[in-house]
Design a protein around this ligand. Structure first.
Ligand code: ATP
Length: 666
């Protein structure tokens, strides 16, 4: 997790870096239904064995806690990833960048002609006027006006050209972050948190915008004007010109010092901003537990602390800037005063023309003026460099469940369409941040079978289900779908064939109909309604203000948890996967209000291979087979009636369930 401090970072101009970073991960289809839910996020109670971002899952006994790379805001990335990222964004637009640079070059030429014209006016045009020739002065006036007009037009053209490049670059970067976030695995999201992702695609992209919109323009203007002016000064008078060049030595030292100090300051500033956003996002995402546990005051306090850290970091950055501005101005003014004094001395002794001194003084002012602006540029560069580093770190993350290099399809579904066979072949699994959760096991689920998985909390039921949905890859062994390893299976085919419906039944913004159609976007309205009717959801949907066109995020579109489940089932029914995984809501009582959901569940399970992480007795009883899990192992396996008749764990569990039902239902 150690990041290399790169004091040279600030020297890199826009074109720095040669290697394409190429982080644009391929688009992956949407995760299965509800797959992005927060399940598992809070289950990381174990010691963390950090093995780097792309490492293998840790196995064996839990490792002692170590610093987690994900605790830092800057994720590990290849060296100079930030520069390479910027270069990869600008390279495809290099022609436009060149046009913008040319426009700026011409604009600067027009701007810097001013003092030269003044020198010409003093030393030639005014004496000519004294001789009665007004032509040279008129020519100077016309040239001055022409330069002013040309500079205005050129600046306008430059701003337009630069804005086109910048907007494209930012759009591309936001797109890359979004696509990459979607492609990264569930484990990554659990650990990185949504607040940080939001921070990357908002404040960090904004920092780059500032650099591109203002900073780079400043830099180019400063560099060009310094080159022009030094050239002019040397041409006007070699002595003054050389003195001006020499005065750049202390200024360059100042710039370097500022740059070194500000790397740290700006990194702190951007990390502090991200922490504020992370805290905000966490609170808003968890507003229900926050309010029900009265966490407001404690949250206020920790937010105030983070806000304070951010204020302090901002203050540090401003102080660095102020220090630089004051020192650079003092150096520049001292150099200017010394040179004007020396020049005046030479004018008095007749060594230097007055016009040349006047023009040199004007040029010297212009030479030192942009030094402040250079500070501004360094400011935005440091800010953007810190942000780019973070974005590059994010984009350098590779999905832990990569898409296959040579994807395979599934064999044709056997007649009758009764799902597909699932085989866990010597599968063992441990999360990256813990020990082995599922020791090696074999399991075959014949096509069309409904399997209920039961067991105590933390037994590994959801983990088994997530391996089947390929949210994770097994540490050892293979999960096969009709003989094809999920690792080799074409991603689109996998998402079509295996669908997981999780407890929280997430609804996306949009209408009810759109939410149902997520599993099959080309479904017609009548197919959507048919699915809803089959599940008994039709009646409540038509009673909504706009029926199927009701926006679920708007007033009146708010629907209950049970209704959300029905929508999620309708989505799964319409998607018609060969394998359905259902993580049942964690309620062990079959209260009458849940019967509708229960009934809908049976409809959706029919005609496919189904794995239900079951918490209701009624679900278990309709299953063809029950797996009882304990500490990651399958300890009982058989038809429910057979297990109940025995005297194993399931028989005991069944008894306890029955008793709770007797007590629970009035
Ligand atoms: N994302 C994760 N990272 C690390 N460990 C995890 C993660 N998710 C789960 N675990 C651990 O894996 C073990 C099995 O968890 P799992 O969620 O599979 O249990 P479960 O049987 O589904 O429990 P429940 O019925 O409470 O949902 C637990 O010890 C848990 O702490």
């Amino acid at each position: 997790m150690e990041r290399e401090e790169d004091p040279e970072e600030g020297n890199a101009a826009a074109s720095a870096g040669r290697r394409p970073h190429g982080p644009g991960a391929p688009d992956t289809p949407d995760a299965p239904d509800g797959g992005s839910g927060p399940d598992g996020g809070g289950k990381r109670g174990q010691a963390r064995a950090e093995d780097g971002a792309g490492g293998e899952a840790a196995t064996g006994p839990p490792q002692p806690p170590e610093a987690d790379v994900f605790d830092s805001d800057v994720l590990p990335a290849p060296p100079h990833a930030a520069r390479s990222l910027l270069a990869s964004l600008l390279r495809p637009r290099r022609r436009r960048v060149a046009v913008a640079a040319l426009l700026l070059l011409l604009q600067q030429a027009a701007v810097q002609a001013g003092p030269l014209l003044v020198a010409f006016a003093i030393d030639h045009a005014v004496p000519a006027l004294r001789r009665g020739e007004s032509g040279p002065l008129v020519a100077v006036g016309v040239a001055y006006l022409g330069c002013a007009l040309a500079s205005g037009r050129l600046q306008f053209a430059f701003i337009v050209a630069a804005a086109r490049v910048n907007q494209r670059v930012l759009m591309e970067l936001r797109g890359r972050i979004y696509r990459h976030a979607q492609a990264l695995d569930v484990d990554f999201h659990d650990r990185y948190t949504s607040g940080r992702l939001i921070s990357r695609s908002t404040t960090d992209v904004e920092a780059l915008r500032e650099l591109l919109d203002e900073g780079l323009q400043e830099l180019m203007a400063v560099v060009l004007s310094v080159i022009y002016i030094l050239g002019m000064l040397l041409w006007l008078d070699i002595g003054l010109g050389t003195a001006a060049v020499a005065s750049f030595v202390p200024l360059a030292l100042l710039v370097r010092d500022f740059q070194r100090r500000s790397v740290r300051v700006y990194r702190n500033k951007s990390t502090a901003m991200a922490s504020v956003i992370v805290k905000f996002a966490e609170t808003v995402n968890g507003i229900r537990p926050v309010q029900s546990f009265r966490r407001e005051r404690a949250n206020d306090e920790s937010f105030a602390r983070l806000n304070g850290v951010h204020r302090q970091a901002n203050g540090d950055a401003l102080l660095e800037m102020a220090r630089y501005v004051v020192l650079s101005r003092f150096t520049a003014n001292a150099a200017l005063a010394a040179m004007v004094l020396w020049g005046a001395h030479r004018v008095a002794s007749g060594e230097l023309a007055l016009g040349v001194l006047a023009a040199s003084a004007l040029y010297l002012r212009r030479l030192y003026d942009p030094i402040d602006r250079l500070g501004m540029f360094l400011n935005s560069w440091q800010s953007a460099a810190a942000s780019l580093e973070k974005i590059a770190g994010l984009l350098a993350q590779r999905p832990a469940v990569p898409e296959p290099a040579a994807p395979r399809g599934l064999p044709a579904r056997r007649s009758g369409g009764q799902g597909r066979e699932v085989v866990f072949d010597r599968v063992a699994f441990g999360y990256r941040t813990g020990g082995e959760v599922l020791p090696a096991f074999d399991l075959t689920l014949p096509a069309g079978q409904t399997v209920a998985v039961v067991g105590a909390t933390g037994a590994g039921k959801s983990t088994l289900a997530k391996l089947l949905a390929r949210f994770y890859d097994p540490t050892r062994g293979h999960v096969l779908l009709d003989g094809v390893d999920l690792r080799d299976l074409d991603a689109a085919e996998l998402r079509r064939s295996v669908v997981m419906v999780t407890q929280e039944a997430f609804l996306f913004s949009g209408t009810v109909a759109e939410n149902i159609a997520i599993g099959r976007p080309d479904a017609t309205r009548s197919e959507i309604e048919k699915a809803a009717k089959a599940l008994g959801a039709h009646d409540f949907v038509v009673s909504l203000p706009d029926g199927y066109d009701t926006d679920v995020r708007k007033r009146g579109g708010r629907i209950s948890a049970g209704q959300r489940q029905l929508v999620a089932f309708a989505r799964a029914l319409l998607a018609d996967p060969a394998v359905l995984i259902l993580d049942e809501a964690t309620s062990s009582l079959d209260v009458p209000g849940e019967r509708a959901v229960q009934q809908a569940m049976l409809t959706v399970l029919r005609g496919r291979t189904a794995v239900v992480v079951a918490h209701r007795l009624s679900t278990v009883l309709v299953a063809d087979r029950v797996l009882v899990m304990e500490e990651g192992r399958i300890v009982e396996d058989g038809p429910p009636a057979e297990l109940i008749a025995g005297n194993g764990r399931f028989a005991g569990l069944h008894e306890a369930w029955r008793e709770s039902l007797v007590q629970g239902v009035p």
